[in-house]
Ligand binder design. Structure first.
Ligand code: RTP
Length: 155
């Protein structure tokens, strides 16, 4: 009953081009699956410059912005929508600090990456941005709303 009163959020997680090229897609999906979140969208995608710029529009003034856009559009990415109570903050913890050298061991970046400009995965930074980013990267028809059989054991 308590769990049903808690807010269920959505987050947008993306394996960046280096994560795909390095063969880390399965490893990254596994971490979110094992934690107990629900996958509601998944696709391999080559994103346009326009979409990358819209996604990162808050960083438009930063010196690294052009490099960031080149990086994100340099190859296929894996787009994911994940759902659950507290999923936004929890996913950020699972991912670890932006600079992989500062990220704790046990986190995705802490275990698998070394450079800020090659930090293999993205996660939304707020529930509002989670909704915004899922809307940006997915059509409604690509999202699946389903009830996992194991849900009762996870809450
Ligand atoms: P993300 O949005 O990718 O999950 O990353 P974040 O919140 O941890 O970091 P943010 O500050 O939003 O930066 C977005 C992405 O830009 C690249 N970046 N490069 N100094 C640099 O060269 C620099 N700073 C940031 C990273 O790929 C970062 O994840």
């Amino acid at each position: 009953l308590i769990a049903s009163l808690e807010q269920v959020d959505q987050t947008y997680i993306m394996v960046k081009p280096d994560g795909v090229q390095r063969g880390l897609v399965g490893e990254i999906i596994t971490r979110f699956e094992k934690k107990g979140f629900k996958l509601t969208g998944l696709k391999l995608f080559k994103c346009s410059k326009d979409l990358a710029e819209e996604h990162y529009k808050d960083l438009k003034g930063k010196s690294f912005f052009p490099k960031l856009i080149d990086y994100i559009t340099s190859g296929p990415v894996v787009c994911m929508a994940w759902e659950g109570v507290g999923v936004v903050a929890s996913a950020r913890k699972l991912i670890g600090s932006t600079d992989p050298l500062q990220a704790e061991p046990g986190t995705i970046r802490g275990d698998l990456a070394v450079q800020t400009g090659r930090n293999i995965v993205h996660g939304s930074d707020s529930p509002d941005n989670g909704k915004r980013e899922i809307g940006l990267w997915f059509n409604e028809a690509e999202l699946v709303h389903w009830t996992p059989a194991q849900a009762a054991w996870l809450r």
